[in-house]
Design a protein around this ligand. Structure first.
Ligand code: B16
Ligand code: MG
Length: 215
């Protein structure tokens, strides 16, 4: 029986993926590296340094560890500047109603995000106190698709993995949730999340019953 729902942050609760895109785009443009929204989609749920490695696959030369670290820092600086524009209006449609419905059913709620900026994002959009537990990029050594962040979120909820459902928009997160031994629910389409049976386009397109099943 599902007793806790563990939500991904970027792309499920808030619309930060466009801000990641804009920040990476500025970094890639300055380096003369091709980057577009399709490549950006591959960065969903993936850590900052792993995202940079994906972007550098199209670079015409090798980068030293120091250069990589400087590029990642520059991206994070640009991204954090963009995060200053976030408000409660950036919480995706359906989130508040669904969280309230799940709470009414006694379901425990958590966030599991690869982002080291998750605390800043949650506080900017007014969701800081909406969850019983948060596990994020600051707490883990292996990011999605590793199950670590989901297992930590479940532990912080005081629940077993099999009592948790993961809601994710990224293939890396779906894989991480499954490897954690949890049920998964995808936010996206059969094109963006192939092989995910239970899917909705957004949280506004489902209900607590849709997530948990009848009961
Ligand atoms: P940061 P999530 C992930 O968050 C993003 O989807 C991914 O694009 C980003 O690279 C990663 O966080 C790290 O973010 O640079 O802020 O530490 O989807 O797991 O909530
Ligand atoms: Mg995501």
């Amino acid at each position: 029986m599902i007793r806790g729902v563990i939500f991904d942050l970027d792309g499920v609760l808030v619309t930060t993926d466009e801000l990641h895109y804009q920040a990476w785009r500025q970094v890639a443009d300055r380096e003369g590296i091709y980057f577009d929204r399709t490549i950006n989609h591959q960065l969903r749920g993936v850590s900052r340094m792993e995202s940079l490695e994906i972007i550098l696959e199209r670079a015409g030369r090798a980068y030293t560890p120091e250069e990589k670290s400087a590029l990642a820092n520059r991206k994070n600086h640009l991204y954090r500047e963009l995060l200053r524009t976030l408000t409660a209006a950036d919480v995706l449609p359906g989130v508040q109603a669904l969280l309230a419905e799940l709470r009414r059913r006694g379901i425990r709620l958590a966030v599991a995000s690869s982002s080291k900026n998750a605390p800043l994002i949650l506080s900017r959009v007014g969701l800081k106190d909406a969850f019983d537990a948060v596990a994020d990029g600051n707490d883990i050594t292996h990011s999605k698709p590793d199950p670590e962040v989901f297992l930590l979120a479940a532990e912080r909820l005081g629940l077993l993995p099999e009592e948790c459902l993961v809601v994710e928009d990224a293939a890396a997160g779906i894989e991480g949730g499954r490897r954690a031994g949890m049920a998964v629910f995808g936010i996206g389409t059969p094109e963006t999340l192939p092989k995910v049976e239970r899917l909705a386009a957004g949280l506004a397109d489902t209900t607590a019953e849709g997530l948990l099943g009848p009961g």
